[in-house]
Design a protein around this ligand. Structure first.
Ligand code: FMN
Length: 357
């Protein structure tokens, strides 16, 4: 059983590094620059007609965004989560807790309650697949009930674990855990990566295990291998440095999953509402943003609010300029994709049929 102080200090390290450290990818991007949405000079739409509403994890979002999983378990995390959840409530978007492992393994409650400030927002719990494998569905239900969460995200992060000196090294049984939790939990289960992406073949295995919601957690935004590189002892740093850019770019992950019987959230390197429009156009049902919103909140709750307003305004603008009155229309919009992205997209992906030219 890990020492709770170790977990707390690791969480504090992660937050500090994610807020101000050099934790991006070096050469790899999410590949949004290789997605173009053809302009519609005759949109025949009023801005007021644009409907951003989507269904995600059993709830209706007023705009297709979630504040992706980040933190919990420390006093600083408590303040952050309350601000993020309150902003989610105000804008009708979703809020995700970071890993609830401290609550599960040590009963650390700090930072895992937001319902006072977010009574109606979609709230998503979070646990690693290894931790989920060690407990019953009833324990996970208790965890969600404590936090008033509507759904559970199970995170997959073998890249981060391999780079983390104290990380897990045994990844056997993950799919069996997911199959069991999906069958027994009784609330929606989302499976997510944390920055290395989900391939089509992993998506197919998840769908066969009963999963209906996937978050790409793709490469191009925050690199968790880079976060762990900064925390590693000098002799362990070289391995993490080598794998810092590892992963499937988010645009490639979204495109790869298109056409599977699964709803997709595009997270990883989404820096604008225009990136979000591209992700939705390639088939995502909603879009997650983690570090950029943490950094905005660090500048104050007004900056956080402005960041979310900008995401929504840019998405709305892209929808007008593509003549799309709602997200379903965006899902059918034509796409111009660059070669570096096309190379990643399997022939079986539904996106291929929508590429112009
Ligand atoms: C400070 C921080 C902590 C995170 N902690 C978790 C976590 O506990 N569980 C999880 O599933 N993902 C976690 N993530 C990963 C994010 O949910 C997201 O997948 C990843 O950061 C990519 O998104 P971004 O490029 O917008 O940051 C964390 C991200 C950040 C920035």
């Amino acid at each position: 059983m890990p020492d709770p102080h170790d977990i707390a200090s690791r969480k504090a390290d992660h937050l500090a590094l994610a807020t101000s450290g050099d934790v991006g990818f070096v050469h790899k991007t999410a590949l949004w620059e290789h997605v173009e949405l053809p302009h519609d000079a005759l949109p025949e739409l009023s801005v007021a007609d644009v409907d951003l509403q989507v269904e995600w994890l059993g709830k209706t979002l007023r705009a297709p965004f979630v504040i992706a999983a980040m933190t919990g378990g420390t006093a600083k995390a408590e303040a952050i989560n309350r601000d993020l959840a309150a902003a989610a409530e105000a804008h009708g978007i979703g809020f995700c807790f970071g890993s609830q492992r401290p609550l599960l393994s040590r009963g650390i409650e700090t930072g895992y309650r937001v319902r006072e400030v977010a009574p109606t927002a979609l709230v998503v719990g979070n646990i690693g697949v290894v931790q989920a494998g060690a407990v019953s569905a009833a324990r996970l239900r208790d965890l969600l009930a404590f936090s008033g969460a509507d759904a559970l995200a199970i995170h997959l992060n073998p890249g981060q674990e391999m780079a983390q000196p104290e990380g897990d090294r045994d990844f056997r049984g993950g799919l069996a855990t997911i199959r069991r939790v999906v069958a027994e939990l009784g609330v929606p289960v989302l499976v997510k990566e944390t920055g290395c992406g989900i391939s089509r073949s992993v998506g197919e295995r998840l769908v066969a295990a009963g999963v209906r919601w996937i978050d790409t957690g793709g490469a191009g935004g925050t690199s968790w291998v880079a976060v762990e590189m900064h925390r590693a002892h000098p002799e362990e740093r070289a391995l993490a440095a080598r794998f810092r850019d590892w992963g499937i770019p988010t645009a490639a992950s979204v495109a790869g999953l298109a056409g599977l019987e699964v709803s997709v959230c595009a997270t990883g390197g989404v820096a604008s509402g225009l990136d979000a429009a591209k992700a939705l156009a390639m088939g995502a049902s909603c879009v997650g943003v983690a570090r950029p919103l943490l950094q905005a909140r660090e500048r104050g709750v007004d900056a956080l609010d402005r960041a979310i307003v900008a995401l929504i305004a840019e998405l709305r603008t892209a929808m007008v300029l593509t003549g799309c009155a709602n997200v379903a229309a965006l899902h059918a919009a034509p796409l111009v994709l660059g070669e570096p992205l096309l190379r990643w997209i399997p022939r079986s992906s539904a996106v291929r049929g929508r590429v112009v030219g």
